[in-house]
Design a protein around this ligand. Structure first.
Ligand SMILES: Cc1ncc(COP(=O)(O)O)c(C=O)c1O
Length: 389
């Protein structure tokens, strides 16, 4: 995997530190993208495309074919081209879907701690109530609390649930049984489900089971929307392209009507070109990056187990985002910030950003980077923690 020093390339991760953390010069392990060059097939396709005049672009058939094939071959999800709505990102698609599929007074449920734009999407939509249902801790992993969910669905007028599969930040790849239980619960109370599967391709090879796409566990077509992209998988977030799969005609027409009303029914040319190329030719690259990511995970786990077992590490079933618990050392936000930024000079997403209860001393660590950066981060954290005791 070709590591790139991305400083001074206008990337948020390295060049946006001052803005997010109030200072520069930190070892950057926050924003969820990779420090690796994307697959060569992507850069070649983009190069070829820019030789043509950059006039208005017609989405190519090959893009839709590539998405259909990828979903079938990698996720056992049989979809039709016409089910695909293209958007310039999963986050905007979630914002729009909240608007389209709920009305003022409705509750929208998420399982916290969770990727914070889910909650922003609800907060920014007038008169929708955000309903946060806590995940339950289960050893070094997490589970859904179905009882609490049912109570809140009923008690707080929940009409939409936003699922994160695999889950950012706790790293769960939900099992078929868990997904079915969730979907049956939602069906019982007529709750629509958005399944954000953007991390679907980054799965721990040691998981011992296949990652399951929510839409494949039964016939939930009338209540389920799947959102995914090639952006996390192949490190091409900058081209802003994602696919929203809506099998139900009525739901699709509602979503498309919104896109039309807002004149946002499309993504840019580079996104189509890069995504199609990645899905068509990026498999070997994906295998290689998966090995690097989960090699990093094993390395970090071993370092902490051997040198500082008080730091609790959640199982990383999927995603390249580790979830670390420093609460044996630190009481809250101020202390963890002091430790991570001042002592270690590292930038990671703070647990409190994910808005669960009791995660102030947690951090999310992006490990899609070089082993050198990972080793350096472990050295700095473990050395500083030794001084704490
Ligand atoms: C769960 C999840 N959804 C969506 C996104 C971002 O999606 P996009 O860049 O397509 O808007 C991220 C990025 O970290 C993510 O973790």
């Amino acid at each position: 995997m070709k590591y790139i020093d991305r400083k001074n390339t206008n990337c948020i991760k390295w060049d946006g530190l001052e803005n997010q953390f109030g200072e520069d010069g930190l070892l950057s392990m926050w924003v969820a993208d990779m420090d690796f060059a994307c697959p060569v097939c992507v850069t070649e396709a983009l190069r070829k495309y820019i030789n043509a005049p950059l006039g208005y672009f017609k989405p190519p058939l090959s893009y839709f074919e590539a998405v259909v094939r990828w979903e079938r071959e990698h996720h056992n999800y049989e979809i039709k081209s016409e089910w695909i709505c293209v958007t310039p990102g999963v986050v905007p698609a979630i914002y729009w879907a909240v608007r389209v599929f709920t009305k003022p007074g409705d509750g929208v449920m998420v399982s916290t701690p969770v990727y914070y734009p889910f909650m922003n999407a609800v907060d920014h939509c007038e008169e929708r109530e955000l309903v946060r249902c806590e995940l339950k801790k289960a050893g070094t992993s997490y589970e859904m609390d179905y009882e609490r969910m049912e109570e809140d669905i009923v008690g707080k007028n929940v009409k939409l649930y936003i699922l994160c599969n695999p889950h950012n930040p706790v790293g769960r790849v939900w099992t078929e049984e868990e997904l079915r239980k969730l979907l049956e619960l939602c069906r019982k109370y007529h709750v629509m489900v958005i399944s954000d599967e953007i991390h679907q391709d980054i799965i721990n090879p040691m998981l011992g089971r296949k990652k399951v796409t929510a839409a494949t566990v039964g016939d939930y077509d009338d209540m389920l929307i799947t959102m995914a992209a090639a952006s996390k998988t192949f490190n091409i977030a900058a081209v802003q392209n994602s696919f929203v799969i809506i099998p139900d005609k009525g739901n699709r027409e509602k979503f498309q009507a919104f896109q039309e009303r807002m004149s946002v029914g499309n993504a840019n040319a580079f996104g189509y070109v890069a995504t199609a190329a990645a899905l068509q030719g990026g498999e070997a690259w994906l295998r290689e990056v998966t090995e690097v990511i989960f090699g990093n995970y094993e390395y970090i786990k071993r370092r902490f187990e051997e040198e500082c077992p008080e730091v609790k590490i959640s199982d990383l079933e999927g995603t390249y985002l580790m979830w670390l618990d420093f609460s044996s050392f630190f009481a809250g936000k101020r202390e963890i910030k002091e430790f991570l930024q001042k002592k270690c000079r590292i930038a990671m997403d703070y647990g409190s950003w994910f808005r669960g209860e009791g995660y102030d001393a947690f951090v999310r660590m992006n490990i899609a980077t070089s082993r050198e950066n990972v080793r350096e981060a472990c050295d700095r954290m473990i050395r500083a923690l030794r001084e704490e005791v």
